[in-house]
Design a protein around this ligand. Structure first.
Ligand SMILES: [Zn+2]
Length: 150
C-alpha cells in the first residue's frame, strides 16, 4: 500500500517558518483526517518532491518539456552541499526565457522551500483551492500545495 501525504510549502521559497506553523499543521491534519502530521524545518533550501506521482517538467513560458538531463544539470549547479540549494537563474533551451528551478512547471506540483508541513492521509487526493485558501488564512502567507505518494 502506498503512503500519501498532503504537503504545503511557502509560495516564497526563502520564507522562514512562521509562528503559525503549528496551527497550520493542526488545520492540515483536520482537513486530511490525519493523526500523523508534522512540521519539518530544514533551515536551508530543499527540494520538496511529489514522490512516485511525478510526470514531467515544462517551461513556464512556452510549455515545452524540460528534459530530465537538463533538469539534473540545473539541480547539480544549484546544489551547494551543506548549504542546500541556491536558486540560480537558468535560460530555457526552448524559448530562452529566464527561469529558476522553482518557477518551472512541475506536473504535479513540486517546489523549493526551507520547511514543509505535511499530513499523512489515506489517499484522498490533492488539496482543493478552497482548502489551500483556508490554510493560507491560518498561515498568514501564500502557500503551494504538493500531493506526495511513496
Ligand atoms: Zn520555453
Amino acid at each position: 500500500m502506498s503512503d500519501h501525504f498532503l504537503v504545503v510549502i511557502p509560495a516564497d521559497p526563502e520564507a522562514l517558518l512562521p509562528e503559525s506553523a503549528v496551527n497550520v499543521r493542526n488545520t492540515l491534519a483536520a482537513i486530511g483526517g490525519s493523526r500523523e502530521a508534522r512540521v519539518k524545518d530544514y533551515g536551508k533550501l530543499q527540494f520538496i518532491d511529489c514522490g512516485e506521482m511525478f510526470e514531467g517538467i515544462a517551461c513556464p513560458a512556452c510549455e515545452a518539456a524540460i528534459t530530465t538531463e537538463q533538469w539534473h544539470a540545473w539541480m547539480d549547479s544549484d546544489w551547494h552541499g551543506e548549504d542546500g540549494f541556491h536558486l540560480h537563474r537558468h535560460t530555457t533551451p526552448c524559448c530562452a526565457v529566464d527561469v529558476s528551478l522553482n518557477t518551472l512547471n512541475y506536473l504535479p506540483h513540486q517546489g523549493f522551500a526551507r520547511w514543509f508541513i505535511s499530513a499523512r492521509n489515506a489517499g484522498r487526493g490533492p488539496l482543493t483551492t478552497d482548502e489551500v485558501r483556508d490554510l493560507e488564512r491560518v498561515a498568514g502567507i501564500s502557500l503551494r500545495a504538493i500531493a506526495q505518494m511513496y
